[in-house]
Design a protein. Sequence first.
Length: 504
Amino acid sequence: MKKLRENRNEYRGINQDAQKNLSKVNEGDYYRGTVKVLRKSVPGPVIFSLTDGNKAIDGVIKTSDYDVDDVLDVEGYVSIRAGQMQLEINRIKKVSVDFDEIIDKISEPKRTEFSINSERYEKMKPVFLKIAKRIRKAVFDSQPIIIRHHNDSDGITAGLSIEKACTALIEKTGLNPDYNLYRNPSKAPFYETTDVFRDMVLSERIISHGQKKPLILVLDNGSTPEDAFAFKLLKSLNYECIVIDHHNPVVINNGKSSVCEYLSMHLNPYLFGLDSQTSAGMLCYELARFISEEFENKPMPAVAAISDRCVIQETEDYIKESGKSREELGNIGVAIDFMAYNLRFDSGEGVIDELYDNLILVELINEKVRKGVETQLQSTLPYLRTIEINGIAFSYIDLEKYTLRFTYPTPGKILGLIHDTVAKDRENAVLTIGYLSDMIIIRATKPVFPVSEIISVLRKKLPQANVDGGGHEQAGTIKFVPAHLEAIIELIKEELRKISLTEQ
């Protein structure tokens, strides 16, 4: 307080030595500069949340007619209240300054090199940088961000990467992530209507507290025609949405997918002539490093790559950089999947993070999973049927009849394990399907009959089945009207008989 009194005596009248950068002010300093109003709290003394583009600080004044988004020249003394610095505003005046230009300049990513060498990434780099800049701008402009991601190991890694990077940047600017950043998982492999409405309700709650309309990020989801309704709905309400995904968009015309017209930006390897082998968790890890130069967690992209079975050089490079073995990283992925399954719609904040470092917890979960896997395989493998069709090993099983419901591993995980068992030591292509009453899960070792093509054929030849679904070329899910299950299986067999061996 003595320093504050001395400074007040020193700075009576015009102060030529006033601090002009909020990130450098200390208690007792006198500040004079141009700021933008991020939030305004009334009644009582007016409390502004102010930013000069470098850092945010609360500004206190008895009364003021200025409001959110106004650009002001302010000056006053810096004090500490409740452990936080605040500006006691002495003078305030509205000015005609293009503050967006200031925000735009500082939003340019400071880190612009990927963590590994990758021709794939370099091909997509302009979009990486563009999205990173937009997210940084949202942070500096105190625009809330909603992160919606698929609820599996790859999607969770994607969501956590962006969340951690944004948190680091928000805290660096002096704002509170609790009021500006929200992350929620999505169980469906697309941005379904239920999740859209949940995000809309959350957004209205945010807006009612005087904040801006959130920027919505959809990760490891969002690229397929199934997602179009959600984004069309949000665009009609003036929400800005960005998608980072690696699923096959199915429809691509002139480098654009069926959802691009409803998005501000869309990062998907397929839009660059690539494939799904670069997973969303890998993409978002690199994007997160561009958002915050302080973010780094080397095991994360390796876990995502192994969990989503990405067989490319980037996977090997990430494993090498992680400092962990492939087995350790795979076990972390299994633990994340198991925890996500049990948490369901909960984001697992602070708990899932623990899995990247707590090897004891990871091993305990993996031991539990292994026992479940053994039980499920014992109940399914005896009833698996495998036939040779045109040089392709076609396996199929009734998952509804031979698996336990509401337990982990899920039917999709079980089918993956069954598929691996069939494919072991086989050089020819293997296509495995597991069916429930209204759904078929598909796994394949080679894209002899890509999931998107299966869906296209079924829609054409069985329109009454109302076929829908999506995924990658060699893994996906198809939904339909239950009455047509047998006809769908027979049609898949029929189409396999037509495939030329030269196409494999």
